[in-house]
Design a protein around this ligand. Structure first.
Ligand code: PEP
Length: 245
C-alpha cells in the first residue's frame, strides 16, 4: 500500500482566464473521492476567483525571496497566503532559465515560503545536455543540496518535483523507469539530512504528463503524483489524470 498521499499539481503558467477558472472548478468539484491532493496554480490574479471546495487547493507559481518592501512587481509569501494559496512552486526550470534564478535565491524562496506557512514545491531537473553527459544525478544532488544541506529542517515541509528540462512542454516524457530511478536516487540522497522526512517526502514528476501516460508513472514506487503544465489547461484531461493518481 502506498504510504504517501498522491499529489497532482496544475501549473497553468501564464495561461488561462476566468472561463477556465469556472470550468475547472466545476469539473473538479464533482469528482468523487477518493482523490489525490489536487493543487491548482493559476496566475495569481485568478486565485480569488476560485470557489472554495474540499476537492482542491490553490497555489502560486512563484514568490519573492524578500518579505516586504521596494521590490516592484514582486509578490510576497504573506500576500500569497492572504490570497488563498496554500503552496507555491519554487525554482521551476522556466524561472531558472528565463529569469536567471540561481540555487541561492531558490533556497531562500523555499525558506521564506515555509516560514509563511506555504508548502514549497521545489522543482529540480537536468537539461538534455546534462543527461547526455551523464551528469543527471550530479545536477540533481547539487540542486537539492543548495536548499537542504544548510536547512535540513525544511525537508519535512516540502514537496519536490522532478522535472527533466528536456521533457517540459516537449511531448517527450521520461519513461516510468527513468523517472523512478531519479526519484529513488533523490529520496536516498535526501535521507542523509532527515531519513524520516525523506521517506515521507512527496516526490512528484513533471514533464509532458498526459491522461494517456500518467498511469504507468503513478505505478512506480517513488512517484507520488505529477506536476502538469499543458494538460492542466484541458479540463477533461486534467480531471482524468486526477482520478488516476
Ligand atoms: C511544467 O510546467 O512544469 C510542465 C511539466 O509542463 P508540461 O506538462 O507541459 O510538460
Amino acid at each position: 500500500m502506498r504510504q504517501r498521499k498522491p499529489l497532482v499539481v496544475a501549473n497553468w503558467k501564464m495561461n488561462g482566464n476566468s472561463e477556465l477558472v469556472q470550468q475547472m472548478s466545476e469539473a473538479l468539484s464533482v469528482l468523487k473521492q477518493p482523490l489525490p491532493d489536487i493543487l491548482i496554480c493559476p496566475p495569481v490574479i485568478f486565485l480569488a476567483d476560485f470557489p472554495k471546495h474540499p476537492n482542491y487547493k490553490l497555489g502560486a507559481q512563484n514568490l519573492s525571496e524578500q518579505l516586504v518592501g521596494a521590490f516592484t512587481g514582486e509578490i510576497s509569501a504573506d500576500m500569497l497566503c492572504a490570497s488563498g494559496a496554500s503552496s507555491v512552486i519554487v525554482g521551476h526550470s522556466e524561472r531558472r532559465a528565463l529569469y536567471g534564478e540561481q540555487d541561492s535565491v531558490i533556497s531562500q524562496k523555499v525558506k521564506v515560503a515555509i516560514e509563511a506557512g506555504l508548502t514549497p514545491i521545489l522543482c529540480v531537473g537536468e537539461t538534455l545536455a546534462q543527461r547526455e553527459e551523464e551528469k543527471t544525478l550530479q545536477v540533481l544532488a547539487r540542486q537539492l543540496d543548495a536548499v537542504y544541506a544548510a536547512q535540513p529542517h525544511l525537508l519535512a515541509h516540502s514537496v519536490v518535483s522532478y522535472e527533466p528540462v528536456w521533457a517540459i512542454g516537449t511531448g517527450r516524457t521520461a519513461t516510468p523507469e527513468q523517472a523512478q530511478q531519479v526519484h529513488q536516487f533523490m529520496r536516498q540522497h535526501l535521507a542523509q539530512y532527515d531519513a524520516e522526512a525523506a521517506n515521507e517526502l512527496r516526490i512528484i514528476y513533471g514533464g509532458s504528463v498526459t491522461a494517456a501516460n500518467c498511469e504507468a508513472l503513478f505505478a512506480e514506487a517513488d512517484i507520488d503524483g505529477a506536476l502538469i503544465g499543458g494538460a492542466s489547461l484541458k479540463v477533461a484531461d486534467f480531471s482524468a489524470i486526477c482520478t488516476m493518481a
